[in-house]
Design a protein around this ligand. Structure first.
Ligand code: OSB
Ligand code: MG
Length: 373
């Protein structure tokens, strides 16, 4: 199947969160991200670049991603008639880094390809699950009481597991307080790299709380120290920021740096690399689950299709639209079922409908490339 893409549009969007989101690297009141639209045959493919305003979760930002897309990936797709996502993946290997920019373009190409084939993305990916177990990621709050209240409310809404964000000073005591109120819930903690091996004894205290996993205690580059910690901890370590490619995941598993992998399409440069990680982990009987970057419904729909693959074995950071935004960019809004799952959309491509009027209202900046008349 060949696609001739004649037009591309990049838009920088800002959407306010319904509630601030705070991690070990800071608090945000809104999400800024780049929407990539690729056009061919009267169809439009949508991709989301998950890079944030500032270089905290990763070095990429909305500005670096915009620049890299405009200078390199947009011309690549328009001028050298890149035909499909695999072709794009192969051709962008020569560019170092900038995985979120790569992923945003690759996702748009996948959506377009699936729309041309009139199939939902999960079918192109050989997905199997029709419903995706839904968890919720709860940021650091001003007080412990507020955190407990939020957890209570999310459990009422039916989420299957709670993930909390931890940082030095907001960790062991917080987990103890949660366990006192909620002894049996599925609970995990995410440090976003806020600790070092010097904190080993403190981190080992987390073992008493029966956490499903401890996500990314150390910085991204530090596979080795994760392996030292995992040797001494009962709790499974899950890598997020460190797990940047299938090759890196292989090394992490050989070293014993973790027992679980979080897959985020933006962090790993796209769906093709994400599926390589998924397949490799499946072979090694290492479970994976789908992380999130507080995406709009467009990015979250993409994630739902990916999470339909069989080795996604834990509840995912894929929550209802209203957990993030008062009005999502898509229709229908994403919601959770009474079983705490989200149904994978059945329509062609991402299978949800981006609302152009809402996109326009949220747009801070946009630029068109190719044959617009
Ligand atoms: O580490 O998983 C993370 C959001 C922004 C940056 C990093 C992370 C997160 C989340 C959000 O935990 C999960 C979601 O999208 O629901
Ligand atoms: Mg994480």
């Amino acid at each position: 199947m060949s696609i001739k893409i004649d037009r591309i549009e990049l838009s920088l969007l800002e959407l306010p969160y319904v509630h601030y989101f705070e991690t070990s690297f800071g608090r945000e009141e809104s999400k800024t991200f780049i929407l990539v639209r690729v056009y061919a045959d009267g169809l439009c493919g949508y991709g989301e670049v998950v890079a944030d305003r500032g270089p905290f979760y990763s070095y990429e930002t909305t500005s670096t991603a915009w620049m890299i897309l405009k200078e390199y990936f947009v011309p690549l797709v328009l001028d050298s008639s890149v035909t499909d996502p695999l072709d794009f993946y192969n051709r962008v290997q020569k560019y170092s880094g900038h995985p979120m920019a790569k992923a945003g373009m690759e996702l748009a190409l996948w959506d377009l390809l699936a729309k041309q084939k009139n199939q939902p993305l999960w079918q192109l990916y050989n997905g199997e699950r029709k419903e995706i177990p839904s968890g919720v990621s709860v940021g650091i709050q001003d007080t412990e009481a507020e955190l407990l209240e939020r957890i209570e409310a999310f459990m009422q809404e039916g989420y299957l597991r709670i993930k909390i964000k931890i940082k030095p000073g907001w960790d062991v005591d917080i987990c103890r307080a949660i366990r006192k109120s909620f002894p049996d819930i599925l609970l995990q903690a995410d440090a976003n790299g806020a600790y070092s091996l010097k904190d080993k004894d403190l981190l080992k205290e987390l073992d008493e709380f029966d956490l499903l996993m401890l996500e990314q205690p150390f910085p991204a580059y530090d596979l080795w120290d994760h392996s030292r910690l995992q040797l001494e901890m009962k709790t499974a370590i899950c890598l997020d920021e460190s797990a940047v490619s299938a090759e890196t995941v292989r090394k992490a598993l050989e070293m014993g740096s973790c027992r679980i992998i979080n897959i985020k399409v933006g962090r790993v440069s796209g769906i093709i690399e994400a599926r390589k990680i998924h397949d490799f982990c499946e072979k090694k009987t290492i479970p994976v689950w789908c992380g999130g970057m507080l995406e709009s419904g467009i990015g979250r729909a993409h994630n739902l299709h990916l999470a339909s693959l069989p080795n996604f074995k834990f509840p995912n950071d894929l929550s209802a639209s209203k957990r993030y935004y008062s009005q999502d960019l898509i229709e229908p809004q994403i919601d959770i079922t009474k079983d705490g799952t989200i149904r994978v959309p059945e329509g062609a491509g991402i299978g949800v409908f981006p609302q152009e009027d809402r996109i326009k209202r949220a747009t801070l900046q946009h630029e068109k490339f190719g044959a617009w008349h």
